[in-house]
Design a protein around this ligand. Structure first.
Ligand code: F6R
Ligand code: MG
Ligand code: MG
Length: 384
């Protein structure tokens, strides 16, 4: 049997230039240098270093399997070196997502975000990697639902008999740390009931129902929950497989023809419109956003990213006028929400704010709150 191929995307906010908006070139260069060395040693077969806003993203294709300690250590060491460089340059938020100091075999739970998928390569295997900044893993719930379960998005669900049996979704409850698998179309309503709450229920994997072929994997940790105090949203990554009995590339991208609202944006505390952008616009500026998403398309072939003389062939999928309307919509929604300032629903609910400032404000005011007596209540009510 041919050896399996693993696609790993491991990301970390190691520090940004001028606030939390982008990853400057010295840090990208460290990523490139480290992964090139690993490629020379044969640990990884191909790599691509990029950034989504202030997150350094390491795309690695290799044969080491998921959760491999050496691959995770490579990512961890790269992030540590980048964070050190960020400190030397006095970049902002240097080492922001490096929550623990001692590496213990796996970066999960230590700050960085991870999406990995081990596959048996098909005759031709088109892959899309999504990376978003200023939002959280549940931001992928809506597009993953549309791609793999919504026949108004994915024509193949109706037209292609290979998709007709539907897809299975693994949903994580990130608050209670448990998971459930739901099959669509049969359990579509139950699926929507859960993943319509993206801050709690997160789609972590999708499989084709007829043969359990893995077709999507998403990063799922939530930093705010790992750290016990607010340290930023866990800006997510996702890997999706395309074509030949799976949703076509165009069906995978179709949900992004419109913008939609996600949690995150400024201080991780606001609803904001997700804006699909090319790599050149992958920086979060206005009100630290709007939250942005990039998408890279490539082929895996014989354990590598298909390349041209060693240069990986990567298509910057949202660098395309086809997404201009979504960008325009995102801006329109952004200004509408910002006009509301710190009033819900522009700001996240009180429940979400419990991870941030609300407890401190309540603590500060606790001695000034007075019980409302019936006598005070009655005149108030009677004025209405
Ligand atoms: C959100 C984010 C930024 C910061 C904001 C305040 O994920 O990273 O919106 O929360 O810029 O940052 P500090 O507190 O570092 O000044
Ligand atoms: Mg940051
Ligand atoms: Mg970020």
């Amino acid at each position: 049997m041919a050896s399996k191929t693993t696609i790993s995307v491991i990301k970390c906010d190691v520090g940004s230039l001028a606030g939390h908006h982008t990853v400057p070139s010295p840090l990208l260069k460290i990523g490139e240098k480290r992964l090139r060395e690993a490629q020379k040693k044969g640990l990884v077969n191909s790599h691509y270093v990029f950034h989504a806003g202030d997150d350094l993203e390491l795309l690695m294709v290799h044969n080491q399997g998921e959760d491999n300690p050496e691959i995770h250590k490579l990512a961890w060491n790269t992030f540590e070196e980048s964070a050190k460089k960020a400190s030397v340059l006095k970049l902002y938020g240097a080492g922001q997502d490096i929550l623990k100091t001692a590496f213990s075999g796996n970066v999960r739970g230590m700050g960085p975000g991870v999406a990995e998928m081990e596959i048996e390569e098909r005759k031709s295997d088109p892959i899309v990697v999504f990376a978003a900044d200023k939002t959280e893993p549940g931001a992928f719930n809506y597009p993953l639902f549309r791609i793999f379960a919504d026949p108004t998005n994915t024509a193949g669900l109706v037209i292609d008999p290979d998709l007709a049996e539907g897809f299975k979704f693994e949903v994580l409850d990130v608050i209670e740390n448990k998971k459930v698998v739901l099959k669509c179309p049969e359990e579509m309503y139950e699926l929507i009931a859960l993943i319509g709450t993206p801050s709690r229920y997160v789609v972590s994997h999708v499989w084709r129902a007829r043969d359990d072929l893995v077709c999507a994997a998403t990063s799922t940790t939530r930093l705010s929950l790992i750290a016990g105090k607010y340290v930023g949203k866990d800006d997510p990554v996702s890997i999706v497989r395309a074509q030949h009995g799976l949703p076509a590339l165009g069906e995978i991208l179709a949900p992004f023809m419109h913008s939609y609202l996600v949690e995150g944006w400024m201080r991780g505390s606001h609803w904001g419109p997700l804006m699909p952008v090319g790599l050149k616009d992958s920086k979060c500026t206005a009100f630290d956003g709007p939250p942005r998403i990039v998408a890279l398309g490539f082929q895996v072939a014989n354990g590598k990213i298909s390349s041209d003389g060693g240069t990986p062939l990567i298509s910057d999928l949202f660098d395309d006028p086809a997404f201009d309307l979504a960008r325009r919509e995102a801006l329109e929604m952004a200004v509408t929400l910002r006009r509301m300032g710190e009033f819900e629903p522009a700001r996240l609910s009180a429940e979400s704010m419990e991870y941030t400032t609300l407890p401190k404000i309540l603590e500060k005011l606790k001695d000034r709150f007075e019980p409302i007596s019936i006598a005070t209540k009655i005149p108030l009510l009677s004025t209405h």
